[in-house]
Design a protein around this ligand. Structure first.
Ligand code: ZN
Length: 144
């Protein structure tokens, strides 16, 4: 049974959306504290990457698990109603993400995706350290 009114439902959806911005800030703050300098949401690059580290030839997408279809993740669950609608919508998101990533890689960027669920308290420290290493590796790749 679905007893949410339309208003409540769209409120819930906007809540889901707004949580997508906070994880990006967490990642940016960490990188900044480690001395990395970056640009935000570069409109000129496919998919508007959340973080652009030009010096390291690295781009970071911080993705919400629901909107970007994190396979196997408990947060990637279709809403109970309108399943067909959601499946189509999210499949489109997924396809677009994949296309953007391959375009960017072809342009020579090292592309890293950080999932929202990897930024939960118990995983945060590990995720951020691993990320910093991966960014530094991006710079090394360039020298090859
Ligand atoms: Zn996830």
């Amino acid at each position: 049974m679905d007893n949410h009114t339309k208003e409540v439902r769209s409120y819930n959806m906007s809540q889901i959306r707004s949580t997508n911005t906070k994880p990006e800030e967490t990642v940016r703050k960490y990188l900044f504290s480690k001395g990395f300098r970056y640009r935000k949401n570069d409109k000129h690059l496919p998919g508007k990457p959340d973080i652009v580290l030009k010096k390291y030839k690295t781009l970071i997408f911080v993705n919400g698990c629901f909107w970007h279809c994190h396979e196997g993740c408990p947060k990637y669950v279709f809403p109970k109603s309108n399943q067909e609608y959601w499946r189509e919508k999210l499949d489109r998101n997924k396809k677009r993400d994949a296309e953007n990533i391959s375009k960017l890689e072809n342009m020579g960027w090292n592309v890293i995706t950080v999932w929202e669920c990897e930024l939960k308290k118990d995983k945060l420290g590990y995720t951020l350290e691993t990320l910093a290493d991966a960014v530094r590796r991006g710079a090394n790749n360039e020298k090859r």
